[in-house]
Design a protein around this ligand. Structure first.
Ligand SMILES: O=c1ccn([C@@H]2O[C@H](COP(=O)(O)O)[C@@H](O)[C@H]2O)c(=O)[nH]1
Length: 281
């Protein structure tokens, strides 16, 4: 029997350090690595990241879009990469940002969280734009199969604020509603729940209450989007315990050298540890 995603993430962060590295094979990165912008280039890029990082980084986050743009063969590469990452002990957070009416969300849940699926990951990202409740089939599948779901709350892009900071009839922002609903799902979980949030490292002081989340908070936007590890203190204040800092291009740009990729990941862990400090729980 496996352990709940929150438990596995807790262990991975403790043993491997507080870091998520994204696999985002941008055409420009393929070019700078001397690879063609085709399925072979995609596979060589992703396999190099697997070789460099899968046995040492806590969470690896393939960005599905960069695999999908190569069609069915790209998706086949993604399936293989997910399997290789998991076999090497990394937790795979598949960044797909899915969301829909509940009956369709059930199909997404089957695609990404059911152990029978070739695309099964440890956790996925989800969009709450159709209402957090519409994601219920994902939460149920995650609970049934020891997976996790990270729901967008305050995203790292500047356009997100207009929607996410809009205030609803009850006086809460859209983002705070998402935060509160996810916090409910994690109530009582030890050492932390399996339901996460996405809060960009670029957003500055959030002005939102993250104190009851009791689950992981993915913080993308570090590196290429301009945020630095020290910004995590400004963004999360005293709620730093379960922040999972996430870098993609900043680290990937150091390839194709396996040792340079590892060096960049080690530096990122040092930078983030200096801000996050020892986990208090
Ligand atoms: O708010 C969000 C949510 C997801 N992302 C994703 O993270 C990576 C960031 O890549 P960088 O190269 O480190 O900028 C990318 O896959 C985004 O789709 C995000 O940036 N912000």
């Amino acid at each position: 029997m496996t352990k709940a995603f929150g438990v596995r993430l807790h262990e991975a962060l403790a043993t491997r350090g507080p870091l998520c590295v994204g696999i985002d094979p941008h055409p420009s990165l393929l070019e700078s690595w001397g690879l063609p912008d085709d399925v072979d280039g995609l596979a060589r890029f992703a396999e190099t990241v697997v070789e460099a990082l899968a046995d040492r980084v806590a969470v690896v986050k393939p960005q599905s879009a960069f695999f999908e743009r190569h069609g069915s063969q790209g998706v086949a590469v993604l399936e293989s990469v997910i399997r290789q990452l998991r076999d090497a002990g990394a937790l795979v957070l598949l960044d797909v940002k899915r969301g829909d009416i509940g009956s369709t969300v059930a199909a997404y849940a089957a695609a990404y969280l059911d152990p029978a699926s070739p695309l099964r990951a440890d956790a996925i990202t989800a969009s709450p734009y159709l209402g957090v409740g519409s994601l219920r089939p994902m939460f149920d599948a995650a609970s049934a199969h020891d997976g996790g779901v990270f729901v967008l709350a305050l995203t790292s892009n500047p356009e997100g604020a207009a929607v996410q900071r809009a205030v609803g009839p009850g006086g809460r922002t859209v983002a705070q509603t998402v935060i509160d609903e996810i916090s409910q799902l994690n109530r009582g979980a030890e050492p932390l729940g399996s339901f996460g949030l996405v809060v960009g490292a670029t957003v500055g002081d959030t002005g939102h209450d993250l104190s009851r989340v009791n689950g992981p908070i993915l913080a993308p936007g570090l590196g290429a989007q301009g945020a630095t590890a020290s910004d995590l203190r400004t963004v999360f204040g005293n709620d730093l315990d379960w922040v999972v800092p996430s870098y993609s291009r900043e680290i990937l740009a150091r390839g194709p050298s396996v040792s340079d990729l590892r060096g960049a990941a080690e530096q990122a862990v040092r930078d983030c540890r200096a801000v996050l400090g020892p986990r208090t729980r």
